[in-house]
Design a protein around this ligand. Structure first.
Ligand code: CU
Length: 389
C-alpha cells in the first residue's frame, strides 16, 4: 500500500514503479468487457455511467506535485521532492443501471488529513432518451473521513462528438479541512460542469470546473485532460492537470488556488465475474453456444430488418443467417463507439456512437465476415442464404 504522505524521491520512484506494475497487471488480467472509457467523460465528472451487471471496474487516478523553489523537473527521480495524491476507485454492477463502489484517497484536503474513504450507491434510471441522448443518475455516498452524507445528481447529453456533463452535489457536513479546524464542517451545495470533445477515434480533450455555491468559501476546482483510448483494448488512459487533492465528491468540488497537480488516470474493466457466473449457468452457456454457432432468423416479408445489438464489446449475433434482401441494423448499446466493418472491404459503417444505429441491405447470397475497427477482437458474420432455401 502506498503511504499516506510520501515526500521523498525514493517514495516517488516506488510509487511510479508500483503504478506501472499495477497498470501492466490489470491490463493483462482484464478481458474485453464494458467499462467507463475516459474518452466519454472528464477527469472529475464521471457522468451517468454505471458498471454493467456483475462486472467489476477499476479506475486509478494519480496526481502529484513538486515541492520546493528550485525543482529540476528533468531530474525528478533523484532530487525533487514529490508529493503524491492517488485515488483508487472500484465499482461493481448490481443490475442494469445500478452499481455500488468506493473511492479511496490516501491524501485528502477536504477532511484535513489522510485516508479518505467514500462508499456509495449509484443508480442511472434514465439512459439516452431524447434526440440529444439525455441520461440522468443519482449517487449517494458517505465520506468516512469527514463523516458526511454526500450525494450527486448528474446529467449528460451527447450532441455529436461532444459529451456535455453537469452535476449538482450536496453535502451534509462537508469541507472541514478547507475551513478553520474549530469551525468544523457544514451543509454545502456544489455545482459542476464539463465537456469531453472527441478529436479522433482514440483521442479526446476534456475539462471541467466545480464550485461550492452554498457553504464554506473555497476556490474554484478545475481539471483538464488529454484522454486516450488504447487501440485494440477496452482500456483508456489520460494525462491530466488539476487543482484538487482527492477523487471523492467533496474532493473534486473544491480547488486549491494556484496549486497545479499533474497526473494520469487509467480505467480497467474486469469481465471475470460475469464469465464465472455463466460457467454454472447451463442455460446461459447453451444460449451462448447457439449464438456462436449461428442463428437462423426468420424474417417476415413486410418487415425485413434484423437487429444486431452491440454490447459488452461484442456483436450480439455472432453469426446471422438471413434471406437475400434483409436489412441488418446494428444497434450500439455500449457507452463507446464501434464499427461494423467488412473484412473484405465491402462496406464500413464508420463509427456508430453510443445509442446510434447503422444499417445495410444484404442482397447477394454469400458469407460476409465483419469486425469492429477500434476493437478488432470483436467479430461477426452475416450469412445470406440462397433465395428460396
Ligand atoms: Cu468496437
Amino acid at each position: 500500500m502506498i503511504p499516506p504522505t510520501d515526500t521523498t524521491a525514493t517514495g516517488a520512484r516506488r510509487v511510479a514503479a508500483a503504478s506501472a506494475l499495477l497498470f501492466a497487471a490489470t491490463l493483462a488480467a482484464a478481458a474485453p468487457a464494458d467499462g467507463q472509457p475516459l474518452t466519454e467523460r472528464t477527469p472529475h465528472l464521471h457522468g451517468t455511467w454505471t458498471s454493467s451487471p456483475r462486472n467489476l471496474h477499476f479506475q486509478f487516478s494519480h496526481r502529484f506535485r513538486l515541492l520546493g523553489d528550485s525543482v529540476d523537473v528533468t531530474d525528478v527521480f533523484s532530487s525533487a521532492v514529490v508529493q503524491n495524491f492517488p485515488t483508487f476507485n472500484f465499482n461493481y454492477g448490481l443490475f442494469e443501471g445500478a452499481m455500488v463502489g468506493f473511492d479511496y484517497s490516501t491524501n485528502s484536503r477536504v477532511a484535513g488529513g489522510a485516508n479518505e474513504w467514500e462508499p456509495y450507491v449509484k443508480v442511472a434510471p434514465v439512459r439516452g432518451v431524447t434526440d440529444a441522448g439525455l441520461s440522468l443518475s443519482v449517487k449517494g455516498g458517505y465520506n468516512g473521513a469527514s463523516k458526511s452524507a454526500d450525494g450527486e445528481l448528474a446529467a449528460e447529453i451527447r450532441p455529436g462528438p461532444v459529451v456535455l456533463l453537469g452535476a449538482v452535489r450536496g453535502f451534509s457536513d462537508g469541507f472541514k479541512g478547507v475551513r478553520d479546524a474549530e469551525a468544523g464542517g457544514q451543509e454545502a451545495l456544489a455545482l459542476a460542469a464539463g465537456a469531453n470533445v472527441r478529436i479522433t477515434r482514440y483521442l479526446s480533450v476534456a475539462g471541467d470546473v466545480a464550485d461550492v455555491v452554498a457553504g464554506p468559501d473555497g476556490d474554484l476546482a478545475w481539471s483538464a485532460g488529454l484522454h486516450v483510448g488504447i487501440p485494440f483494448t477496452p482500456h483508456t488512459f489520460s494525462i491530466e492537470a488539476s487543482n484538487v487533492y482527492s477523487g471523492s465528491l467533496q474532493g473534486v468540488s473544491v480547488g486549491d488556488g494556484d496549486v497545479v497537480f499533474w497526473g494520469f488516470e487509467f480505467t480497467v474493466p474486469f469481465s471475470g465475474f460475469a464469465r464465472w457466473g455463466r460457467i454454472v449457468s447451463p442455460s446461459t452457456a447453451r444460449e451462448e453456444a447457439r449464438q456462436e454457432a449461428g442463428e437462423e432468423v426468420s424474417v417476415r416479408r413486410e418487415d425485413r430488418v434484423v437487429e444486431v445489438e452491440i454490447g459488452d464489446f461484442s456483436f450480439g449475433r455472432r453469426t446471422l443467417r438471413v434471406p437475400p434482401g434483409t436489412v441488418v441494423r446494428w444497434v450500439n448499446r455500449d457507452p463507446v463507439a464501434h464499427t461494423a466493418t467488412s473484412d473484405a472491404g465491402l462496406w464500413d459503417s464508420d463509427l456508430i456512437g453510443p445509442g446510434e444505429t447503422w444499417e445495410r441491405e444484404f442482397t447477394e447470397p454469400g458469407r460476409y465476415e465483419y469486425h469492429c475497427t477500434p476493437h478488432p477482437f470483436m467479430s461477426g458474420t452475416v450469412v445470406v442464404t440462397e433465395p428460396g432455401s
